[in-house]
Design a protein around this ligand. Structure first.
Ligand code: CU
Length: 285
């Protein structure tokens, strides 16, 4: 009896929380939310963003339909075969046909997912996607270092080479150029090296639909590309001109505060920022 009351109360509390937070988003934030906050994905501004979102929705629709079907079958079975309606259990060896069917359907769905993601996956991950027309590797803009519990970005400085004394570091904020290339999305790629100083982290930029684990002892070439039209649209109705970087891998006690920002600048402004950072670096000596 006590168990039943406890469970009922718990369920009721969950329901109330659910309804309150659904009706009033500010409830969780304990204050008014910025106008660009959404329940779902934020707007995307990546050259691959539309592809990533399409895949997300494809899978979302699939799992929603499957969820509805299986939960429907479960609810029906609970109702139909409850002790009240049927008191005798039936022993069965199963149905060959049914088993074939529920193996074949998920297999087919998985194949659909596998094939439809191939080109996007290749564009995101393959090394060849980070080469220019002549097969030369695109230059690295900066190294992204994850560590407990912050993000640091090391730039090669004016000479474009790491390990020389004009390197500079930006803590917390990743600044990248927009790459004005007259609308050619392939040329908007900005390449980074992703590294971790200690444990597993995950570099996640929701607006760019980009997430990759940072693995200790491993250097990964990654690229980000910003769609300037999308970016302009987003910028138009927000005051905050930078975007979240989140660590998406539970990495220790301070994981919750392991955040950073991305700021995307037009090429000329980016160059100016590099000058400022260089001046700051050498201003002290
Ligand atoms: Cu983390």
């Amino acid at each position: 009896m006590l168990m039943r009351i406890t469970v009922t109360l718990l369920m009721a509390a969950l329901l109330v929380f659910g309804i309150v937070s659904w009706a009033d988003y500010d409830f969780w934030l304990m204050g008014p939310s910025p106008s660009h906050y959404t329940w779902w994905w934020p707007e995307e501004m990546s050259t691959l963003g539309q592809h990533a979102d399409n895949l997300f929705w494809l899978i979302m629709v699939m799992v929603t339909v499957m969820f509805a079907i299986t939960m429907g079958a479960l609810t029906y079975s609970i109702w139909k075969f409850s002790a009240k309606r049927q008191d005798k259990a039936v022993f069965s060896h199963g149905s060959h046909k049914l088993e074939l069917l529920w193996t074949a359907i998920p297999a087919a769905l998985l194949l659909v997912i596998a094939f439809s993601q191939m080109s996007t996956f290749a564009a995101m991950q393959f090394d060849s996607s980070m080469e220019d027309e002549n097969g030369e590797e695109l230059p690295v803009l900066c190294e992204i270092w994850a560590s407990q519990f912050d993000w640091r970005f090391r730039y090669p400085g004016r000479d474009g080479r790491f390990g020389t004394n004009d390197d500079f570091e930006s803590a917390y904020e990743l600044v990248m150029p927009m790459r004005d290339t007259f609308g050619d999305p392939d040329k908007k790629k900005v390449v980074f090296l992703l590294r971790s100083r200690d444990v597993l982290h995950s570099f996640f930029v929701p607006h760019l639909r980009f997430k990759r684990d940072a693995v200790p002892g491993m250097t990964q070439r990654i690229w980000l590309g910003v769609d300037d039209e999308q970016l302009a649209e987003i910028m138009a109705d927000r005051e905050d001109k930078s975007f979240d970087i989140i660590c998406a891998e539970l990495c220790g006690w301070g994981h919750y505060k392991m955040s950073g920002r991305v700021r995307v600048l037009p090429d000329a402004e980016y160059e100016k920022w590099v000058d400022e950072m260089t001046a700051l670096q050498f201003g002290n000596s």
